[in-house]
Design a protein around this ligand. Sequence first.
Ligand SMILES: [Zn+2]
Length: 412
Amino acid sequence: MDGSTGHSPYKQSKMTCDDQLFVVSMVPLRLVLKDGSAVIWANHTPSSARFCRPISIQYIRESTSLTAETARNMEKEIDELLPLQSASATVSYELYMTMVDGKVVNAVTGTPSSQTCSICGATPRAMNNLEAVSTRPIRNLQYGISTLHCWIRAMEALLRIAYRIRLCKRTARDDQEKKLVEETKQEVQSKLRERLGLRVDEPRTGGAGNSNDGNTARRAFQSAKEFAACTGVDERLVRRVHVILQAVSSFYTVNSAALADYCRQTAELYVELYGWYYMPVTLHKLLMHSATVVEWCLLPIGAMSEEAAESGHKQLRKFRLKHTRKDSRLHAISDLYGYLLVSSDPLVSSIGASRRRRRYRDKVSQLLPETVALLREPELPSSNDEVYGSDSGSDTSSCSDDDSDSSCCSDV
Ligand SMILES: [Zn+2]
């Protein structure tokens, strides 16, 4: 579930808010035999909007109370789901609420601040005390770690450090210190724009949020050496965070013990290098809890990310603008819902899926050797087993360069 902003406002009666929608959706991942002996169908592109089925759409602004209430209703509906009976088979369902971002997780779990960890409850002051944090009780693993947002927030965390690297202090107190931080920020932004073509921390034209999106973050981490040179952040840390992000976003099974070790070493390196800056909450979740979340997940954690819903926002705006009747809000929303159902139909979306995957395979970045070392050795597949492919086989995937879907995340 997520709020979708930037929709065209129309002159329709009884309409108080039509430039923002609150959407709940689901992505079917796979159909397996009850004993797990065979996979009958698998979604090879779980991050694509092509399989993102709408559940509800509301003309309403996203808020904490709305999110919490919707989550409660969804959990109730999930509990009440009945198996689908037919003459030849009975299909029962398992649903996981992992397609959520940090704001939704905080609302659902009642986490009081966006700076507090929703898993262990650690506050910013406690984040750099790794021993104390690692012994805290953990909860709320069922919401995953929102891997798409992890890319953006991890990049932003490194940028915050870069802006303060000359000051070596978390907060600029007086005017002189504030000026130094501002000058460093402008210098870093200018270098990133010149050398990598990246626009970071710049306001987005005509809307909320800024220019930090999924594509910017991916490109920044892919050029770890250049990014480190532009920002002054230690290259080892940039590369290690990139490896962890690749591992938790991949559609392969991750070796949780190896990931836990790697994350722990990375967290220690962070504290050694930048102990003066409390570890931001997303980096903390990634380094301290991603291995535990991986263990909890039934499928590869990358397949359970919120990317499909985020990718769907751009489609939502386009469909509402071009494929709905505008004479009444009822017509507009029912046309929109119908169009979303058709565009995400699993049967229709499966047509040509392998051709699309082949076409986009070359565009997908290769896993780093360190990332491959964190993956679990594959088991010998049975004849019917499906293997998740690391692709973004959709014209609308947020991996495409001209896509602004994941930029929706920047205002979350
Ligand atoms: Zn935590």
